[in-house]
Unconditional design. Structure first.
Lengths: 116, 327
């Protein structure tokens, strides 16, 4: 009888422990303070939030040719070698609209095609 | 006696529908005066440029995307506030219903097209994580008195960790994604969420990549809906699900009249007061009227190659969720 009661209470405790985990959208205080500390220590906005997520390259392709892209860290662009176009990454968000892409020519430097 | 009442009722209904058409006619004139007549050149299909609808206006196809872009660029900052004001918060219930019908298991990959400020993606991540927690709790409850074999199995399998659900938010508009990204940072969501600027008609994703494709309140803004549906079919894995949440035709005639009155009288006014933008919200209510009804849209989805297409009417048909599978 007491053993059954003990398992019942431990079961309830286990359930409570997992239930008390905060739902995702309410900010966990630890994450918040860490983020605040990071923004306070960096003069500029923390580079982590602006960096491009390279795991996206698994399925991100050129919208025109559907071929994989190469990430160029220096110019912060995604390059399609075949067609010679570069898609810019702004604030860590890649811009995959063909009209906003930059043409890469060996002769002409930066020739931006205007939006249609 | 009954006949006269019926004729009176018929005349009343026809009068009121005529009134609404007059009201919307006045609104169109009003809109044209504000927008300038230069915006609407109606080319017929026989001439060089093909035309499409932008709300009740007719515009060349090439212009529609730009005009839609400008609409959402101007409303981006106040988008969430306006959604709450216009729908009296009911849009949250609609989106929650979409997630319940979707019932995603942990570890799936979602493409949230026209995701804008990320409402669907946030809900997807929260749903899968709470479902994972629930599954863990059930597993723990059934393991109250584990044998030594169970304990070793548990330790071995625990290396994998929770399956990673991830959501990719794709939108044609940078401003909307920027607002969404700020919301994510404020809510403390760090993993499992990616942002991409892309066109729903030309998705920058490889074939057979996503388990679920959603487009919530976005497909009516796309210039070529069939192309967006074909792209959705392409990027979904076999067995993947297409889900579309969109305004649709109201089934009940009385509700339809109330809804029309509310749409054309209240919503642009709210738009002007809260967001300072009458035209964009006028476009919103007009674009809803131009969108095909539930059955027609269901046929369009079937034409793109999806199977088991069905739709669910919410709030009397004001909003409908269409769902199809790539098999």
């Amino acid at each position: 009888m007491s053993h059954a009661l003990r398992t019942l209470t431990t079961g309830v405790l286990i359930a409570q422990r997992s239930v008390s985990a905060q739902p995702l959208l309410r900010p966990v205080s630890a994450v918040n303070t860490r983020a605040q500390q990071r923004s306070r220590s960096d003069g500029v906005k923390g580079s982590e939030s602006q960096a491009f997520d390279v795991s996206l390259l698994e399925f991100l392709v050129c919208p025109l040719s559907k071929k994989p892209l190469r990430y160029d860290e220096r110019s912060n662009e995604l390059i399609n070698e075949e067609l010679g176009i570069a898609y810019p990454i702004i604030d860590g968000i890649p811009n995959m609209i063909p009209q906003d892409a930059r043409m890469i020519h060996k002769t002409a430097a930066t020739e931006k095609p205007t939006e249609s | 006696m009954a006949v006269s009442i019926r004729t009176l009722a018929l005349r009343f209904f026809s009068d009121s529908t005529r009134n609404i058409h007059n009201v919307s006619g006045c609104r169109i004139k009003h809109l044209r005066c504000r927008a300038g007549i230069t915006g609407c050149r109606g080319y017929s299909d026989s001439t060089e440029g093909r035309s499409t609808h932008f709300g009740f206006q007719t515009v060349p196809e090439g212009e529609k995307a730009e005009k839609v872009y400008k609409v959402f660029e101007s409303v981006a900052k106040k988008y969430d506030v306006m959604n709450d004001a216009m729908s009296l918060g009911i849009h949250r219930l609609w989106k929650d219903t979409l997630l319940h019908i979707m019932n995603p298991q942990p570890g799936l990959r979602l493409l949230d097209t026209a995701g804008g400020t990320g409402d669907i993606s946030f809900r997807f991540l929260e749903y899968t994580r709470s479902m994972y927690d629930r599954q863990q709790r059930l597993r723990a409850k059934s393991h109250q008195t584990p044998s030594w074999q169970d304990i070793t199995d548990h330790y071995v399998s625990d290396d994998a960790g929770p399956p990673r659900s991830c959501a990719v938010v794709c939108d044609i508009n940078k401003e909307m994604l920027k607002v969404g990204k700020q919301r994510a940072e404020k809510a403390g969501i760090t993993t499992g969420l990616s942002w991409v600027v892309g066109n729903a008609e030309e998705l920058p994703f490889d074939d057979d990549q996503f388990d679920i494709y959603t487009i919530a309140f976005g497909i009516r803004n796309v210039t070529h809906i069939e192309q967006a549906l074909q792209e959705a079919f392409r990027v979904l894995k076999p067995g993947g699900r297409f889900m579309c949440l969109e305004f649709s035709k109201v089934t009940n005639p009385l509700l339809a009249r109330l809804y029309d009155t509310y749409s054309f009288q209240m919503i642009p006014v709210l738009g002007e007061v809260i967001a300072g933008d009458w035209k964009s919200y006028q476009y919103l209510v007009e674009s809803i009227r131009k969108f095909p009804d539930q059955e027609t849209f269901k046929e369009m989805i079937e034409d793109a190659g999806f199977f088991c297409v069905q739709y669910f009417n919410l709030t009397g048909g004001i909003v409908a969720i269409h769902s199809g599978f790539k098999l």
